[in-house]
Design a binder for this molecule. Sequence first.
Ligand code: UDP
Ligand code: MG
Length: 320
Amino acid sequence: PLRCSKAPVIYIVVPCYNEEEVLPLTAEFLGKKLDDLTRSRRIHPGSRVLMVDDGSKDRTWKLIEELHEKDERFAGVKLSRNRGHQNALLAGLFEAARRRCDAAISMDADLQDDVDACDAMIERYMAGCDIVYGVRRHRATDTFFKRTTALGFYKIMNALGANTVYNHADYRLMSRRALEGLAEFSEVNLFLRGIVPMIGYPSDVVYYDRKERAAGESKYPLKKMLAFAIDGITSFSIKPIRLITTLGVGALCASALMIIWFIIGAVRGNTVSGWATIVISIWLFGGLILLGLGVVGEYIGKIYMEAKGRPRFRVEKFLG
Ligand code: UDP
Ligand code: MG
């Protein structure tokens, strides 16, 4: 169903952490984009760029204040301290929803995501999509290391049961009702890429070419990347617990095979005294312990999922 012909109020949400080097350029690009979209009446003049300062230690907030003074279409939120990319993004999205935007587009501050893809996102939104994922067409500009680690990460995530959109980072459009859906996920360990697909509603993807960081350097060193990956996996899946159970069962089976093997050996008469009892008990008890851990883990996994208090459903339409 096509949305009503009125141009939507769009908020472009940009998390910024120590981005003083790139911010002026980003603001220039986004300002032009707003001009362009407003002039062609594709978005409402009340649309904004919302910068979220994630507790930066440099002049980032100062720059945001200056931008706002010069042009009221630049809005800002300052977090009390550094809370990480995902939390900064969420703060911006909630703020956008609170100000009653029709849709919010989230984008990194470093201009790696193609600003022009916004046009296609808004077009898909007007055509009735609630969530539009920006997907990278290729990663030629990323280093070989970043490319392979990222690819492995998507593969592992999906194998472990979190439905992430392949090659999609956090460049996406979300309608207001999708944002309201997101607000119902009250978990603290936030992994947006995994949660957003869980909201549901009609969605689509828009392809773009990923560019190099325009200025400054990556705020995701290996340490943060690993923490992010572990967070992502453990917030969506209790499969690692199942893995322990499987290991336990495997060890028990191995000990059973050994018992048979040693009995055959004893019947034939070639035994080393004491050897069989020790080896079998190691495997038998190892297996029992792992299995026990797995069973306890199964219950902890249930408690863990309950503790998240995730919404169980969200109504899309009513009839009658
Ligand atoms: N960022 C943030 N808080 C942090 C780390 C990063 O808000 O603690 C922002 C950063 O300013 C940028 C975005 O998250 O807008 C993505 O970071 P970056 O481009 O450094 O990551 P990469 O593209 O290298 O994975
Ligand atoms: Mg980047």
